[in-house]
Design a protein around this ligand. Sequence first.
Ligand code: ZN
Length: 367
Amino acid sequence: MPPMRRTNIGRRTRNARNINEFRRAHNTPQIRQHVNIRRRSSDVALNRAAFEYDSAVAYNDLMCVDIGSLYIVCQHCKALKFRLETPGLCCSGGTVKLSVLAQPPEPLYSLLYGNTISRQLLALGNGHIPIDVLTGLISFPANFCEFTSSKEELITKVFPSIEVNYNNLDWISEREILAARNKEVDSLNFSIQSKIAGELRSYKSVDSTTDENEAVNYPTEFLNSLDVQGTPPHNLQVKVGSIIIMLRNLNPPKLCNGARLNNVIQSTIIKGNFKGEEVLIPRIPIIPTDLPFQFKRIQFPVRLAFAMTINKSQGQSLEVCGINLEFPCFSHGQLYVTSSRVGKPSSLFIFATENKTKNIVYKNALN
Ligand SMILES: [Zn+2]
């Protein structure tokens, strides 16, 4: 007797019997629907079932229908399509033509590219804000910041009622005015400090050349006149309550026994891990490295810090920030750095001539 061969007839009857058993065991509307879908024999029918959504079908209960992956590109509208997707679902074979979507509408745009402020900052940082060809200046984007009409107004906006508030360490630590050059920073610091009541103390440094033989070439008066970045001034003028920044990392002793208070500055740390701690800052010798000759300045390693240069402010976040752009930024990305210290336009105050300024972005530096 020849061996029994599996035939299509046998398979069909087996399937039919299975379906009947299945139907008897699970005679629910969902299952009935499921069986109906399974019954549509051709691929086309199965695909149509997969793509035609029917709210009555519990799709979760159905067996997996493979609709392929999303890698077919419609030759008419360039839409991505599933492998087995019914043709013409996107643009009906090129008969439906949509206008080009240049910019997605809100809130899609914000979801894609961030909120208005971060978008404006990005445009600033990437140099996408149009530059006036005649002046070389840019206008700030709308609602980017609050403008002030003078330097004095800038100080008042950032440090309102400083004459009373300066003792509040939290208040004073969260605000700052930034400027591009040391000269503007010094002038701002001096103006702000003058609003605090109290006696102005003057601490003069002792300057000398490191090489004694050079002393004739570099008289003390000349050394005193040098104002080097990152080095304290020869004539440090501070008041009780002034904000200062440390120019050198020090680990000063917490108690300086027998030290006369004239020789140390007693300060409270207002930012960072040691906020609230009292420190005594001594005078130390400082040798600037970026000069063609060496000299030594013995001075408190501090500078006033109500205002700061933009480059020094990198990485800091502030609650209230003022920017003095009387003298515009002069190097790559400075305007971006300075504008991104605060997160909201109502806390960013800018003083710039005619509310315009320079935005220097070297495209090569970004690539
Ligand atoms: Zn299409």
